[in-house]
Design a binder for this molecule. Sequence first.
Ligand SMILES: Nc1ncnc2c1ncn2[C@@H]1O[C@H](COP(=O)(O)OP(=O)(O)OP(=O)(O)O)[C@@H](O)[C@H]1O
Ligand SMILES: [Mg+2]
Length: 189
Amino acid sequence: MTDTNVLLSVTGLTKHFNINNSWFSKPLLLHAVDDMHFQLHRGETLGVVGESGSGKSTLARLLLKLIPATAGEVNYQGRNILPLKESQSGYLRKDMQMIFQDPYASLDPRVKIGNSIAEPLREHKLYHRKEEVLERVGSMLERVGLQREMVNRFPRGYPTLGLSRYVCICRRTPPSRKYNKSLERRKSE
Ligand SMILES: Nc1ncnc2c1ncn2[C@@H]1O[C@H](COP(=O)(O)OP(=O)(O)OP(=O)(O)O)[C@@H](O)[C@H]1O
Ligand SMILES: [Mg+2]
């Protein structure tokens, strides 16, 4: 019987990079992620800890299908997402997002903070009215301890890396209603 509380189930996930630049000699494989297995239940938080170069970012990229896996399965809500084509896996972009390590590289210095946070909401058509988008952007800023007035500022105006990182956290889209409902159910159990 499948456990419906398992959100993400990873089996034998493997990524080898060929680090031999020459086309004519044998590939030289770097084992960035090797035969990884884990499960993530709804409402759970999972931390992956390891020294620099141990494969944490590669694992995240594999889960988001930003790079192809060498082997293994990633089952999201019971479906192996790795073989899905881009046209079939677009729905994942709403549910799975990455907060990049280097906020300066992921925030466009010419785009105001408010527009930067609103962009994924518009892209995924999560809100239709301008006021709804503005409200969501403002409430996300407040939720991470920033002021609503920041919507009109540019990211470069913020000297500390920490603040820019909070802006990146605000850019993630809200979880789907289905996910929220299952969380509420779990809390009331
Ligand atoms: N595109 C690539 N081509 C070749 N090798 C790569 C590629 N991406 C990552 N690697 C290598 O894979 C290994 C794992 O890298 P990764 O960035 O996943 O480590 P990390 O645990 O996130 O490190 P850090 O803590 O420094 O962020 C490293 O040896 C890295 O050099
Ligand atoms: Mg990393």
